[in-house]
Design a protein around this ligand. Structure first.
Ligand SMILES: C[C@@H](C(=O)O)C(=O)SCCNC(=O)CCNC(=O)[C@H](O)C(C)(C)COP(=O)(O)OP(=O)(O)OC[C@H]1O[C@@H](n2cnc3c(N)ncnc32)[C@H](O)[C@@H]1OP(=O)(O)O
Length: 146
């Protein structure tokens, strides 16, 4: 089985947090990370910040802080059920259409029929946690430079 064309690396690990500013304060002032990027994604119902070392190597994973934009957000639902904590693991891919086709062929359900927009304009999709051993798995094809 040739899997060379599936995943490049872990892109990020997503943490659900109730308050983005408070989470940024903790992760920068206590944990020593730096904020690399911040944005609001209305479609996903999140306010997010990507944090890392500030001197990211090309394939160095980041931490994504995810706060709910409103009570309908998947993050609000996650927080109500589980409290703050790890919400997702995200693998980086070069060609999300090809990887999606291969995962579907292997019986993994993806949540969206076509990729949606994620961090920095990336094309993203999610595999259902029931098909991945209980982990919400995102796949992302970033825009070059992000
Ligand atoms: C900005 C972007 C980016 O990176 O670019 C983002 O990440 S945005 C990040 C926010 N957006 C997303 O997460 C979008 C994708 N997520 C979703 O659409 C949703 O969260 C689903 C994964 C479909 C779950 O929603 P649903 O309403 O079905 O929740 P539910 O509570 O009824 O859960 C159904 C079953 O899945 C499990 N489940 C739910 N969320 C889970 C999670 N994050 N990790 C592991 N398991 C999870 C529940 O425990 C439950 O299992 P039991 O039945 O055994 O109790």
């Amino acid at each position: 089985m040739n899997n060379d064309d599936l995943f490049i690396c872990i892109d990020h690990v997503g943490l659900a947090v109730p308050d983005l500013d408070e989470a940024i304060k903790f992760h920068t002032e206590v944990m020593g990370w730096r904020v690399l990027h911040r944005e609001t994604n209305e479609e996903q119902g999140v306010e997010e910040a990507m944090i890392g070392t500030g001197d990211q190597l090309a394939e160095n994973a980041q931490i994504q802080l995810l706060a709910p934009l409103n009570e309908n957000s998947t993050i609000a639902k996650f927080l109500a059920k589980n409290g703050p904590g790890m919400q997702q693991l995200c693998y980086r891919v070069a060609d999300i259409d090809a990887v999606s086709a291969k995962l579907r062929e292997r019986g993994v359900r993806l949540l969206y029929p076509e990729p949606k927009t994620g961090t920095g304009g990336a094309r993203i999709n999610f595999a259902h946690p029931k098909d991945t051993g209980g982990v919400l798995l995102e796949i992302t094809q970033p825009v070059a430079g992000h």
